[in-house]
Design a protein around this ligand. Sequence first.
Ligand code: TMP
Length: 236
Amino acid sequence: MKKTNQLYEGKAKKVFETDQPDLLIVSYKDDATAFNGLKKGTILGKGAINNRVTNHLMKLLEKQGVPTHFVEELNDRETVVRRVQIVPLEVIVRNIAAGSLSKRLGLPEGTKLKKTVLEFCYKNDELGDPMVNESHIYAMDLATKEELDTITRLSLKINEILGEYLMENHIELIDFKLEFGRLADGTIVLADEISPDTCRFWDSVTQEKLDKDRFRRDLGGVEDAYQEVLRRLLGE
Ligand code: TMP
């Protein structure tokens, strides 16, 4: 597998084309941003940790019947994935109130939600990823009804699988963000990453934050928290 030209550079990853038209290589960076790029920094070792944690979780999901873009980990930072057309939605799944939900609805962080909350945001940096509902999604043709049904079903299934698996490792899955893509034949698969950058992970005993909120909120111990997630999930 050979990298050819760079297709795209995002805030946390670069994406390269390869000598096979349906395969891409994702390369994870140590760069960290928050608040739509307003806050910038570096989290040493983050790229490698997010790459390995994402692949570990994607393999677990695949085994349990969730289709993903994952193909093969190449090295610490790089992974081969299937080429998809990204559905321009960020799907947020919430089990416990935190972050923007706490702010918007006045729910103290840590409040258990009686039912899982699903939110959709229109993936558009210039607009700051505004929240949209089902009717906005159809009005703007961001996804079809059939696609959104699949995305909803898979998101809830992913929440069940990850929530249970993480709890076995003493991590509480507070909330997380997913992105989905379309394969050439239209099949919806999980894409992007599942990592401490895109999830809220709290120690299930001490409630200590083990995720990017340590960077967003200047809590210190950012690198150690990412390392701890890697250790708990991959045993190193
Ligand atoms: P929020 O509480 O700030 O809306 O974040 C909800 C979840 O989504 C949290 O686990 C962090 C994740 N997230 C991203 O992965 N990317 C983003 O751009 C934002 C705003 C949140």
